[in-house]
Design a protein around this ligand. Structure first.
Ligand SMILES: NC(=O)c1ccc[n+]([C@@H]2O[C@H](COP(=O)([O-])OP(=O)(O)OC[C@H]3O[C@@H](n4cnc5c(N)ncnc54)[C@H](O)[C@@H]3O)[C@@H](O)[C@H]2O)c1
Ligand SMILES: [Zn+2]
Ligand SMILES: [Zn+2]
Length: 405
C-alpha cells in the first residue's frame, strides 16, 4: 500500500511534514478525532489523490495557537483531487474524476443539508452542527494538506470538473472553489452587493481579495479594500480596487468620504475575523474593530457579510471576555441602522458550480486576484511562516507535482 505524507500542526508557530496513515473508507482514531466519530464507516466516500490543496487564514488561527487544536492534527480543508478509489455505496462519482471538495463536510441527508445549509450539517460533527477537514472541534475528519485523503458522502458533495485537461489548465483558479472563492462570493452576496453598489471590504488577505473580486463580478460600482498591510493593498489595487491603509489612516469613514464623497458605503464585508487589529499606528489586537467599523460605515438599511471567523474559545485572546468569544460590539448602532448581519461558515455548495463556470468561461480571474502561488508539500512549513508574516500570496500545495510549471 502507498504511503502518505501530510502537513501536521505540532504546536504554536510550528508545522511539519510527517508520514501519516494512508486513508481508508473509515474514520480511525487520531489527534483531534471526536471519540463518537471513531470507527465511522464511510462506504459513501472516496479516496482522492490530492492534486492541489491550499493554505488558508483559517489554518493560521490554529497554527498561531489561537485555538485548542491538538498537536498532531493533520491540516488542510481546501482540497482538489483525483478519485482513485470509490466506496461500495458511491453511485455516480467514478475513478479518475477530477473534483473540487467543499471544505464543509455535509451528509446530504439532514434537515440543514436539505435546506442547502451544508455549512451546518447536523450529522458530521458530534459536538455541534458544521464540520471541516483538518480543523479543531470539527469532528476530526483528517486534513487534506497531504498526498491522499478520504472524502465522505462523495456523490452529494463532490463537484466534478467537466473536462480534465481543460480543468488542469485552470487548476490554480479552480482550486479556489473549495473555500475562498465561494467564501468571498458569499460575503458579497450576503452584503447585498448588486450592480452599482459601493462596497467596503475589510481585510486584503486571500478571502478579502476574493470578496473584492466577487463584488466586481456582481457589478459593484466601487470596491474599497482596507488593511494595515501595504503589500496586500497593492494586490487589491492591481485589479481595480480602491484601497485604505488603516495603519496610516485610522479614520475609515473619513477615507471613504474622500473616495466616494460620502462617509458611508452600501455594503460591507468582514474578511478579517477575531484576530483583528485596531486602526492606526498604536494598534494592538482589538477583536471587535472590524465589526464596529463596518457598522459605522454601512448605510442605514445596509447588509453586513461576515465571513471573517469568530470563535467560542481563544486561549490567546486579549482579555477574559474575548477568551470565550464575548466581544465589545456596539450592537445598538447596528440595531439603530437596521443592519442585517450574515455570519458563519460558507455554504460552499450554494455557489461552487456557478463559480466554476465563471472560471472556465474566463469571466472570473480568481487566481490572479489572490496571487495563487504554487509550492511543493515540503515547502509548506516555510509557506505557513511567510503567510503568517503577511505575504500577499495564496499558497497552493501541489503534493504530487501534478501541475504544469
Ligand atoms: N466563513 C468561512 O467559511 C471562512 C472561510 C475561509 C476563511 N474564513 C476566515 O476569513 C478570514 C480571512 O481569511 P484570510 O485567509 O484572508 O486570512 P488572512 O489572515 O490572510 O487575512 C486577514 C487580513 O486582515 C487584515 N486585518 C487585520 N486587522 C484588520 C482591520 N482592523 N481592518 C482591516 N484589515 C485588517 C490583516 O492584516 C490580514 O491581511 C479569517 O478569519 C478566516 O478564518 C472564513
Ligand atoms: Zn479555508
Ligand atoms: Zn447533513
Amino acid at each position: 500500500m502507498a504511503g502518505n505524507r501530510a502537513v501536521v500542526y505540532v504546536g504554536p508557530g510550528e508545522v511539519e511534514v510527517r508520514d501519516i496513515s494512508y486513508p481508508e473508507l473509515i474514520l480511525r482514531d487520531g489527534p483531534g478525532v471526536n471519540p463518537l466519530n471513531v470507527g465511522r464507516k464511510c462506504e459513501h466516500g472516496v479516496i482522492l489523490k490530492v492534486i492541489t490543496t491550499n493554505i488558508c487564514g483559517s489554518d493560521q488561527h490554529m497554527v498561531r495557537g489561537r485555538t485548542t487544536a491538538p498537536s498532531g492534527l493533520v491540516l488542510g480543508h481546501e482540497i482538489t483531487g483525483e478519485v482513485i478509489e470509490v466506496g461500495r455505496d458511491v453511485e455516480f462519482i467514478k475513478k479518475g474524476d477530477l473534483v473540487s471538495v467543499p471544505f464543509n463536510i455535509a451528509c446530504g441527508r439532514c434537515r440543514n443539508c436539505k435546506e442547502r445549509n451544508t455549512n451546518v450539517c447536523s450529522n458530521v460533527n458530534p459536538d455541534r452542527p458544521g464540520s471541516a477537514y483538518g480543523y479543531v472541534d470539527m469532528g476530526g475528519w483528517v486534513g487534506g494538506q497531504s498526498e491522499y485523503v478520504m472524502v465522505p458522502y462523495a456523490d452529494f458533495q463532490l463537484l466534478k470538473f467537466p473536462d480534465k485537461d481543460r480543468a488542469m489548465e485552470k487548476i490554480l483558479d479552480l482550486t479556489m472553489l473549495s473555500d475562498i472563492f465561494p467564501t468571498g462570493y458569499h460575503g458579497a452576496v450576503s452584503a447585498g452587493v448588486k450592480p452599482g453598489s459601493t462596497v467596503y471590504v475589510a481585510g486584503a488577505g486571500p478571502v478579502g481579495l476574493a470578496a473584492a473580486h466577487s463584488a466586481q463580478l456582481l457589478g459593484a460600482a466601487v470596491v474599497i479594500v482596507g488593511d494595515l498591510n501595504s503589500e496586500r493593498l497593492a494586490q487589491a489595487k492591481s485589479f481595480g480596487c480602491e484601497t485604505v491603509n488603516l495603519r496610516e489612516h485610522a479614520n475609515l469613514a473619513e477615507q471613504i468620504d474622500q473616495i466616494l464623497g460620502e462617509p458611508e458605503v452600501d455594503c460591507a464585508i468582514d474578511c478579517v475575523g477575531f484576530e483583528a487589529h485596531g486602526h492606526g499606528h498604536a494598534h494592538g489586537e482589538a477583536p471587535a474593530t472590524v465589526l464596529n467599523s463596518i457598522m459605522e460605515v454601512t448605510r442605514a438599511g445596509g447588509r453586513l457579510g461576515i465571513p471573517g471567523l469568530y470563535v467560542t474559545g481563544d486561549p490567546g485572546a486579549v482579555d477574559e471576555d474575548a477568551k470565550i468569544g464575548t466581544l465589545k460590539i456596539r450592537f445598538g448602532l447596528g440595531w439603530a441602522k437596521s443592519h442585517t448581519f450574515v455570519t458563519g461558515q460558507t455554504p460552499v455548495m450554494q455557489y461552487h458550480r456557478e463559480l466554476m463556470t465563471s472560471i472556465l468561461s474566463g469571466k472570473a480571474q480568481i487566481a490572479k486576484a489572490v496571487n495563487a502561488t504554487l509550492i511543493s508539500l515540503d515547502q509548506a512549513p516555510a509557506a505557513y511562516s511567510e503567510f503568517d508574516k503577511g505575504a500577499s500570496k495564496k499558497f497552493v500545495i501541489d503534493p504530487h507535482l501534478s501541475v504544469k510549471r
